[in-house]
Unconditional design. Structure first.
Length: 133
């Protein structure tokens, strides 16, 4: 059973925020992470209520501007192999992907979608990071 409740999303968001804040400082030029404080917001909007998603967004509103760029990986063409933590169907993966893009647009957060073969994705992400550094 996967707990997708508001309380779980809030705990995940609090954990991620604390970890990001712990490594943020003037000497840090780039932080790369596969999770961010927006994940619980987006997922609550899908699995819970819009009201709870808005609560999560409000709780990190001042932190959102610290992100330089979100790299959103297109799930199309990536094998979907469910494991104990990821049980989404290919259709659900597309819904989540679109929800991330929609959230970034609504919140005016910079993002790029990366798609293609694994080699193409790696090359594109490396190019993105090279421009940031």
């Amino acid at each position: 059973i996967i707990d997708r409740s508001f309380q779980t999303q809030q705990a995940i968001q609090d954990f991620v925020l604390a970890r990001e804040k712990a490594v943020t400082g003037p000497q840090i030029k780039l932080i790369i992470t596969d999770r961010s404080v927006i994940d619980p917001i987006v997922l609550a909007g899908i699995w819970d209520t819009r009201e709870n998603a808005q609560k999560l967004q409000k709780s990190v509103a001042s932190w959102l501007s610290t992100y330089s760029l979100f790299v959103v990986l297109d799930p199309v063409g990536v094998p979907s192999i469910p494991d104990p933590y990821r049980k989404e169907t290919p259709e659900e993966r597309l819904i989540i992907h679109e929800a991330f893009q929609n959230f970034c647009e609504r919140a005016r957060l910079p993002y790029l979608v990366v798609s293609g073969s694994l080699a193409q994705r790696v090359k594109k992400v490396a190019e993105i990071f090279a421009t940031i550094l």
